[in-house]
Design a protein around this ligand. Structure first.
Ligand code: GLY
Length: 557
C-alpha cells in the first residue's frame, strides 16, 4: 500500500506579490509564461490555452479536466481541491474541497464496540465525500476566466474520446493498484475500467468522454444536475452509498480570502482553512527563523533536519487540536501564526536533543495521491492548484455509466478522536464528521510575492507530507538560493509528531546525517513522498521544474 500512499496530488499556484494597504499595484507583465505540471498532456494543453491568449486561470481549468483523463490516480472530477490565484494584484482562493454527505454522522466509521472499521473510509462506496472539482472550476471560470468554457473543457473530451498513449509509469501504477486490491481482497470495480491501461498503448474512456461533454455543454449543471447527477445518485443507491441528488445539487464551491503574511522579505500567499497547510507552513517557516543559529544551518545537515523535525512536532500537535472546516469550527488563524505565540512555542526546542513526543501538546491556552500544478502567464498572473481524490485512485470505485473515479476523502476527517487516519494524522472535535462539513486538508498551494511580482509558485501532493514538501521548497529557493530543478529534486524529510520520533525521508540524505539522527533517537523511514511542480521568477526570467521521479513536464515559453 505504501506505493499508493506516497503521492498525493496537489496543485499549487505560487505568486509573489506586494499589496499596498491603500491600493493594489497591477502585476508587472513578464516576457515569458511557464507551466509546471504533473504530466505531459496537462502541460501541453495548458500551454496551448496560454498560446490562444487565455490567462493562467483558463489554463488551470483546462489542466484540471485533462488530468481527470490522463492522471487517474489523482486528477479528477470525482474529488476536490484548492486553487490559489494571484490575478491583477489580488489574491483569491477557490475552495472546492469535498463535503460530507447530508446523511453522514460523527461515528459512521465505528463498529458496535466503538472501534474504527478497517478500510471503510478508505475503499468502496462509503469512502467518498461529495465531489467539488467541477463546481470549483466553474467558479474560477466565472470569477477570473477569459476564454469560453467549452474551449477549456474540450481538450479533456478529446483525450477521453480519442484516447491517449499511456505513459509507462501510469501503466505500472495501475497494475500495482489492481494487484494490491486483489491481495487485500478489496471488492471495487476499478479493474473493470482500467484493465486496458497498458504502457505505450492508446487508452480510451468513452463513458468519461460523455460525462465531460455534458460538463462542456452545460457548465457545472452538467455534473450536479440532470443526467450525470441521476447516474451518480442511482449508482450510490444501488450499492449502499449515501450521496444523493440533494447533496449534489447543494454542493457549493467557495471563494475565500487567502492567508497573506510577511516572511523574510516576501509576502507568503497561501491556503486558509479548511487547509491546514497554510498555517502549518507559516508556523514552520517562522519558528525556523526564530531558532536557527545566526550563521544559519547547512542544507539537510543533522541539525537542520532535527530542528525542522522538532518544529514539526509542535505544528502537528496544533493541527490535531485547532484545525477544521472554518464554517463549522472557529479556527484561531491569527493566534496560531502570531510571532509571540511561536516564540513561546519554540522556546524549549533544543538544537541537539529530541523532545519527548508525549509532552508536546497543543499550544494555545484555551499515496497521499494528490496532484499539483503551477502556472504563470505573461500578464504576471499565477495559479497554484492542488487537486485530489485522496489516496492513489481514490476509493477504487468508478461511477458506472459516468466513467469517473470517486474520492476516498472521508478518511481525512477524524473518525475517532486520537485515532490515526491513513496518513498517521490525528484529530478531534475540530475535524469530526458532520453533514455538509469539509474535511481538513493538507493541500497547500502557495505563492511567494515580492514588490507585487510573482516570485515562486509551489505545491505538491503527499497527504500530510505536502506541508513539508511546500515549506522545504520555499526554504530551498529562498534560504539556499536553488534553481527550480534543485528545489524540486533535493532530498526532503518529514516529521509530524506521530509515529513517535519517525522521520520519513527521501533517499539522498548523507549516510553520516542518517547515522547521527539515529544516534539522537530518531527512526528513519526512507520512502519517497510528494511531486513538486514549481515555478521561480529570478530577475524577470522564469525557471520551472517538475520532480524527476514523477511524470511531470515543465515548459517556459
Ligand atoms: N487528501 C489529502 C489532503 O487533502 O490532505
Amino acid at each position: 500500500m505504501g506505493l499508493f500512499l506516497s503521492r498525493s496530488t496537489l496543485i499549487a499556484k505560487s505568486v509573489f506579490i506586494l499589496q499596498l494597504s491603500v491600493f493594489n499595484l497591477a502585476a508587472k507583465p513578464l516576457s515569458q509564461s511557464a507551466v509546471a505540471m504533473p504530466d505531459a498532456f496537462s502541460a501541453d494543453a495548458a500551454k496551448s490555452i496560454l498560446d490562444q491568449g487565455g490567462n493562467a486561470i483558463d489554463a488551470a481549468i483546462t489542466a484540471q479536466f485533462v488530468l481527470a483523463v490522463t492522471l487517474p490516480e489523482a486528477g479528477n472530477i470525482g474529488g476536490g481541491g484548492f486553487m490559489l490565484i494571484q490575478k491583477g494584484g489580488q489574491g483569491d482562493f477557490i475552495d472546492y474541497r469535498e463535503t460530507a454527505p447530508k446523511a453522514s454522522y460523527r461515528d459512521m466509521y465505528l463498529n458496535d464496540k466503538g472501534d474504527v472499521i478497517t478500510n471503510k473510509s478508505i475503499y468502496g462506496i462509503s469512502a467518498s465525500g461529495v465531489p467539488g472539482s467541477v463546481a470549483g472550476m466553474w467558479l474560477a471560470h466565472k470569477r477570473h476566466g477569459t476564454l469560453p468554457w467549452k474551449t477549456l473543457v474540450q481538450p479533456a473530451v478529446a483525450l477521453a474520446e480519442q484516447g491517449f498513449v499511456v505513459p509507462p509509469k501510469l501503466a505500472k501504477g495501475v497494475s500495482h493498484y489492481i494487484a494490491h486490491l486483489k491481495e487485500q481482497k478489496i471488492n471495487v470495480n476499478f479493474e473493470k475500467y482500467f484493465i486496458d491501461v497498458k504502457a505505450n498503448k492508446v487508452f480510451k474512456q468513452p463513458e468519461l468522454a460523455t460525462t465531460l461533454k455534458r460538463i462542456r455543454d452545460n457548465g457545472q449543471d452538467g455534473f450536479y444536475k440532470g443526467e450525470t447527477a441521476n447516474i451518480i445518485a442511482k449508482f450510490m443507491h444501488q450499492h449502499g452509498g449515501i450521496i444523493d441528488q440533494d447533496d449534489l445539487k447543494n454542493y457549493t464551491a467557495k471563494s475565500r480570502v487567502p492567508i497573506k503574511v510577511k516572511w523574510n522579505g516576501y509576502e507568503v500567499l497561501t491556503s486558509p482553512p479548511p487547509s491546514s497547510g497554510g498555517i502549518a507552513i507559516l508556523q514552520w517557516l517562522k519558528m525556523y527563523e526564530l531558532k536557527k543559529p545566526n550563521n544559519g544551518l547547512a542544507h539537510n545537515s543533522t541539525q537542520y533536519v532535527h530542528l525542522l523535525a522538532e518544529i514539526g512536532k509542535r505544528v502537528f500537535a496544533d493541527r490535531a487540536e485547532y484545525l477544521g472546516d472554518p464554517d463549522f469550527f472557529n479556527v484561531p488563524v491569527t493566534a496560531l501564526t502570531d510571532i509571540n505565540y511561536l516564540k513561546n512555542r519554540s522556546n524549549d526546542i533544543s538544537l541537539t536533543a529530541i523532545s519527548n513526543t508525549e509532552s508536546i501538546k497543543p499550544g494555545l491556552k484555551e499515496s497521499e495521491q494528490t496532484t499539483h500544478f503551477s502556472i504563470v502567464d505573461k500578464m504576471g498572473n499565477a495559479v497554484a492548484n492542488t487537486t485530489t481524490i485522496n489516496l492513489g485512485f481514490g476509493s477504487g470505485v468508478v461511477v458506472e455509466g459516468a466513467g469517473f473515479i470517486l474520492n476516498n476523502e472521508m478518511d481525512d476527517f477524524s473518525a475517532k478522536p486520537g485515532v490515526m487516519n491513513v496518513f498517521g494524522a490525528i484529530g478531534g472535535k475540530a475535524n469530526e464528521i458532520q453533514p455538509h462539513k469539509r474535511m481538513l486538508s493538507s493541500m497547500t498551494p502557495t505563492i511567494l510575492l515580492k514588490n507585487n511580482t510573482v516570485k515562486m509558485v509551489t505545491g505538491s501532493p503527499g497527504g500530510t507530507t505536502i506541508i513539508s514538501s511546500v515549506y522545504e521548497s520555499i526554504l530551498n529557493a529562498v534560504e539556499f538560493d536553488m534553481n527550480a530543478a534543485d528545489v524540486v529534486n533535493s532530498a526532503r524529510f518529514h516529521h509530524q509528531l506521530w509515529p513517535k520520533n519517525v522521520i520519513r525521508m527521501h533517499a539522498g540524505l548523507s549516510a553520516k546525517v542518517k547515522a547521527e539522527l539515529v544516534k539522537m533517537g530518531y527512526v528513519i523511514d526512507e520512502r519517497h513522498f510528494g511531486d513538486l511542480n514549481v515555478i521561480i521568477n529570478k530577475n524577470g526570467k522564469l525557471d520551472a521544474a517538475s520532480e524527476a521521479l514523477g511524470r511531470g513536464k515543465s515548459i517556459v515559453f
